[in-house]
Ligand binder design. Structure first.
Ligand SMILES: Nc1ncnc2c1ncn2[C@@H]1O[C@H](COP(=O)(O)OP(=O)(O)OP(=O)(O)O)[C@@H](O)[C@H]1O
Ligand SMILES: [Mg+2]
Length: 239
């Protein structure tokens, strides 16, 4: 279970990005986090694996409270696929990026390779394993970033704008993948049709605060609520 209690965060330049955020996420839940550009979604999810540390308030995942000391423990629970895949890929060859996490946790190379192969085949990027990540296409980078996280088998998977560079077929593939996962899933997306297809619940963030939470269909069908918060109906409901 994830508990966020009165979490606030101000960037060094004085921008208040999170302003007293509280909510809970039950185990196994798939939840969409939506909101206009600059609402604070990325800042919020960057707190879930201690990439950002709480300045005030608390983040507790499976009983582990986020803090500098607990950051390694928290990262074993929570896998975060960054909004920008270039932030996730840094080794000379893709396979090294995917092996990095498991080997860093002490797994032998042969065992880590088996895990990496299985995840990369599922994502259809095994054939790209020798390539330098910076030479991959945008969509390939997106799946590569997913592989570095899924290979760790996190109990909580957080994805930030996962569909922004996927073609329609790969977008559908990602919908299937997200639906089949048993872990807790937190999906930040402007693609409200993707959220509709993959999330049981939705939270709307506006100016660093949750302003509405509910069942996906209820929230995403509420034109007034969406428009008040700088959003629009999913394409399937428009017109
Ligand atoms: N490193 C930073 N330094 C200063 N301000 C920042 C930094 N990162 C984000 N911000 C500011 O914090 C606020 C929230 O940004 P955040 O990236 O969390 O929004 P978002 O909801 O993820 O937006 P988007 O939909 O565009 O990805 C914005 O006003 C942004 O300008
Ligand atoms: Mg963002």
């Amino acid at each position: 279970m994830i508990k966020i209690e009165n979490l606030s965060f101000t960037y060094p330049d004085g921008t208040l990005a999170l302003d007293g955020v509280s909510f809970e996420i039950q185990d196994g839940m798939s939840i969409g986090i939506i909101g206009a550009n600059g609402a604070g979604k990325t800042t919020l999810v960057n707190h879930l694996n201690a990439y950002c540390l709480p300045q005030s308030g608390k983040v507790i995942v499976n009983g582990i409270e986020s803090s500098k000391e607990n950051s390694e423990k928290l990262r074993k629970e929570v896998g975060l696929v960054f909004q920008n895949p270039d932030d996730q890929l840094f080794m000379p060859q893709l396979i090294e990026d995917v092996l990095f996490g498991p080997m860093n946790l002490g797994m032998e190379k042969d065992a880590a390779m088996l895990e990496a192969e299985s995840v990369m085949r599922e994502l259809d990027i095994w054939r790209l394993r020798m390539k330098p990540p910076f030479n991959l296409s945008q969509g390939q980078k997106r799946f590569a970033a997913f592989a570095t996280v899924l290979v760790m088998k996190p109990s909580v998977l957080v994805v930030d704008e996962p569909t922004s560079d996927l073609d329609p077929r790969n977008r559908r593939k990602l919908i299937r993948l997200m639906k089949n996962l048993k872990s807790t899933r937190i999906i930040v997306s402007h693609d409200l049709d993707f959220v509709w297809d993959t999330c049981a619940r939705v939270v709307i963030i506006s100016s660093g605060k949750p302003v509405a939470e509910g069942g996906t269909k209820e929230i995403l069908s509420d034109k007034n609520l969406l428009e008040t918060n700088g959003l629009e109906l999913p394409i399937r409901l428009a017109n």
